[in-house]
Design a protein. Structure first.
Length: 206
């Protein structure tokens, strides 16, 4: 079955951008889920937990659109087993970037996917990221852009933080917030295929 529309249970502009790049019509429905972390959970398990709970919250509100697949996702930055979420202010963003400076960390992104007539499925992807050693001025300049404030770990790999990153080991899109290839394969297992390039309006002009 050709997939033309998907529901995104998230307000993330990065995830919206990635889904639209696949030629999909995306219906954005943030759930308002409060990310309450279960005690003792690892950063990787937190990503899976939050993605699943976001999907549960979204499913409770979509009985009249049960035929449209819905996806929820969550990203957690992991430094030595400690989870970094979104910084609350510039000061916290600065502290996060100092912590990441000159070293490796891991980014875990999990998604949960549901479609009519099938049990919902969940997957998680992990990518290693290494930052250059960052000077105080470089960190201050980046924080001043405001970009870190809505991103896990205080940086966006697809934005100005690209200049801070020395190396990644794994899937770029996991760091951006949605492991696209894994999602496409999960959709295929549920019987969906992506729209053709020309159907999506992405092909060459006639």
């Amino acid at each position: 079955m050709k997939l033309s529309k998907i529901v995104l249970a998230s307000a993330s502009p990065r995830r919206l951008q990635l889904l639209r790049s696949l030629g999909l019509d995306v219906e954005v429905e943030p759930t308002g889920y409060a990310e309450i972390s279960p005690p003792g959970a690892s950063p990787a398990d937190l990503a899976s937990h939050h993605a699943g709970e976001k999907l549960r919250a979204a499913l409770a509100n979509r009985s009249n659109r049960a035929d449209t697949p819905i996806v929820a996702a969550d990203t957690v930055v992991d430094v030595d087993g400690v989870a970094l979420g979104k910084p609350r202010d510039a000061g916290e963003a600065t502290r996060m970037l100092k912590l990441l400076s000159g070293r490796d960390h891991f980014v875990h992104t999990a998604f949960a996917l549901a479609a009519a007539g099938a049990d919902w499925t969940a997957e998680r992807s992990t990518t290693r990221v290494r930052f250059y050693s960052l000077g105080a001025e470089e960190i201050a300049e980046y924080v001043a852009t405001g970009e870190p404030l809505d991103k896990a770990g205080g940086y966006g790999i697809q934005g100005r933080a690209a200049s801070l990153i020395e190396e990644i080991g794994g899937d770029f899109y996991t760091v951006m917030g949605l492991p696209v290839a894994r999602l496409i394969r999960a959709l295929r297992r549920l019987g969906f295929t992506l729209p053709d390039t020309n159907e999506a309006g992405l092909g060459p002009a006639p």
